[in-house]
Design a protein around this ligand. Structure first.
Ligand code: ADP
Length: 567
């Protein structure tokens, strides 16, 4: 800016100087030209009076330094000239000033001399006797004067250049310096020249407006971020090219972006396709950017995510897209489990039913001897019992699954409950030559009696079933700090480490034939797991093959949801 002001001031100064000089020169030249003509006229009039008074002899007295004087008769014959011999001068009748003086009484004329540097100015007047008196003088032409003045002119120009340069520099600095010192952050606090006041007021006003607008935009952005970040669903907004405009934390998590990369991805404004390279994802994005609603299920890092994509249109023009992600992993896995369960149930029900049907058919056809009928009827009875047990367990599991049991929690003495269960299992224990023993003292917990009964009963039943002859089953009820723990310990066959995680799965048995043979449905521990979850009780399992297993149930104030240590 300083340079521009400097150049402008310098340029204007030089232009003004040049115009001034040319004007002054022109005016002076014109003035001197006018003065010369006036002098010639005065001299001519003075000589005319002298001539008319004293005759032509007057002309002989003209000094050598005087102007050139010529006397011409009306026919053009030169009768006197103080500069040239008369015989060298031709007839002047056709000279411009002579002709005009003849007609008008006087005339002026200017003629170039032989050299371009000079010109002659003539003044001619008609005398009373008809002769023409002409006085002339030579002067420098404009070109000659200019040529002569070129050197001083250049010197003046140079001096003006230096002076204006100096002044322009100082002026430009004086103008620009306060501008450079302006504090635009606080425009009103500046002490610049008065002319800047309206500008500074306007800047200050605009700054306030911009600040307010930025504040509002930031507030809205924060509100939007807060709302979307608290959403369980993933939300992602893109522009019409698919570049990310906004992505919430849930979406970043669901897309499997690691926490350390999340800030980078959220601020990168990269294309949405960089989030997932699967064909399904690409298809959804391509579709939505063509303006079509899209839905798909994405598999990301072993989880499942329902993706819904909607185009954002304005007047038939695609502005961007809104993508919604919902974690359906649990739902998806439950669906798989349900399908497996249905298949297993059908299989489990089919086996005893086929046996029953087979035995009944043989009996119906009369292939069974009368003495064998009780044996066949016994087989039908035991298979039917198995079916009843199975259906009973399936009903229990379904009820726990639905989580719609109308039970209420109450104070239950675990010691007393264990005694009742032991009483119910006494016969079976004796039959298997197992000793049942309870250690502890009356311990009350807030729980659902019926489900707690079911869970403990199943554990004790298993402890008897998978035991060895003359083995033991011990129930321990203990208070440990803030927790109440019930342990069912047996001296049985134990569970291999590899199977310990899976025994809580539905229909999972370590030894299928053995389990069936002793009347297992494969649902006992699954009922235990679901029941414990319903009660908010933690399950534990420790087992050594050949030595026995210990299942534990822990009631704690902090146990909100059931967890299984090994399941
Ligand atoms: P089941 O009706 O077959 O007993 P469960 O769900 O109760 O089914 O148990 C699953 C499997 O876990 C059993 O088949 C058995 O192999 C194993 N199991 C359960 N409890 C014990 C235990 N106390 N000792 C050894 N194995 C056990």
């Amino acid at each position: 800016m300083t340079k521009r002001i400097f150049r402008a001031v310098l340029g204007i100064s030089l232009l003004v100087c040049l115009i001034g000089m040319v004007t002054v020169f022109a005016w002076l030249y014109h003035y001197f030209d006018f003065q010369l003509t006036k002098e010639l006229k005065n001299e001519a009039e003075y000589l005319a009076v002298s001539l008319e008074t004293y005759g032509q002899d007057v002309l002989q007295n003209l000094s050598e330094n005087s102007e050139r004087v010529t006397l011409i008769q009306p026919d053009g014959t030169v009768v006197f000239d103080n500069y040239f011999d008369l015989d060298k001068l031709d007839n002047h009748a056709q000279r411009e000033e002579i002709r005009q003086a003849m007609e008008n009484g006087y005339a002026t004329a200017v003629r170039k001399s032989d050299t371009f540097q000079k010109q002659t100015v003539y003044y001619a007047m008609k005398l009373a006797n008809g002769d023409i008196l002409r006085v002339s003088s030579t002067q420098y032409t404009v070109a000659a004067v200019l040529t002569g003045m070129i050197q001083p002119f250049l010197w003046i120009l140079f001096s003006v250049l230096m002076l204006t340069g100096l002044l322009a520099s100082r002026i430009s600095h004086r103008i620009v310096e306060p501008l450079n010192r302006l504090d635009l952050e606080n425009p009103e606090k500046n002490e610049a020249y008065d002319e800047l006041a309206p500008l500074l007021t306007k800047i200050s006003w605009q700054q306030k407006t911009i600040r307010n607008q930025l504040e509002q935009a930031k507030q809205k952005q924060e509100e939007f971020q807060m709302i979307t970040d608290n959403m369980k669903e993933g939300l992602l907004l893109t522009d019409y090219r698919g570049d990310i405009l906004s992505i919430n934390t849930s979406a970043l998590n669901l897309m499997g972006i690691s926490p350390e990369l999340q800030i980078f991805v959220a601020n990168s404004k990269e294309n949405v396709l960089m989030l997932n390279h699967s064909d399904v994802f690409r298809k959804v994005i391509d579709g939505v950017l063509e303006g079509k609603h899209q839905e798909a299920i994405l598999e990301i890092n072993g989880g499942y995510c329902q993706m819904t994509a909607n185009p954002v249109m304005r007047e038939d023009r695609l502005e961007g897209s809104v993508l919604l992600f919902i974690d359906i992993t649990e739902q998806y896995q439950n669906e798989v489990l349900r399908r497996e369960f249905t298949a297993n149930v059908s299989h489990e029900l089919k086996t005893p039913l086929t046996s029953i049907s087979g035995f009944a058919e043989i009996m119906k056809d009369g292939f069974v001897r009368p003495e064998d009928v009780p044996q066949f009827a016994g087989k039908i009875f035991s298979e039917s019992q198995r079916l009843i047990d199975l259906v009973g367990d399936i009903i229990k599991i379904s009820q726990l699954d639905e989580d719609m049991l109308p039970y209420e929690k109450e104070d239950v003495d675990l010691y007393q409950l264990s005694q009742e269960i032991a009483e119910r299992l006494k016969e079976r224990a004796e039959h298997n030559r197992i000793t049942l023993h309870i250690t502890g003292q009356p311990t009350v917990v807030k729980t659902v009696r019926q489900i707690a009964d079911e869970v403990i009963y199943n554990l004790c039943d298993n402890a008897i079933k998978y035991n060895r002859p003359d083995g033991t089953v011990d129930i321990f009820i203990e208070q440990e700090k803030e927790e109440i723990v019930l342990r069912v310990k047996d001296s049985g066959i134990g569970i291999p480490a590899a199977d310990q995680r899976r025994v809580f799965e539905r229909f999972y048995r370590v030894d299928k034939s053995h389990s069936k043979q002793i009347g297992g449905t494969g649902l006992g521990l699954s009922i235990v797991k679901h029941g414990a979850a319903y009660l908010g009780v933690k399950i534990g399992l420790e087992s050594v093959v050949g030595k026995g297993s210990t299942f534990s149930l822990t009631w704690s104030e902090n146990t909100k949801n059931a967890e299984t240590t090994n399941a």
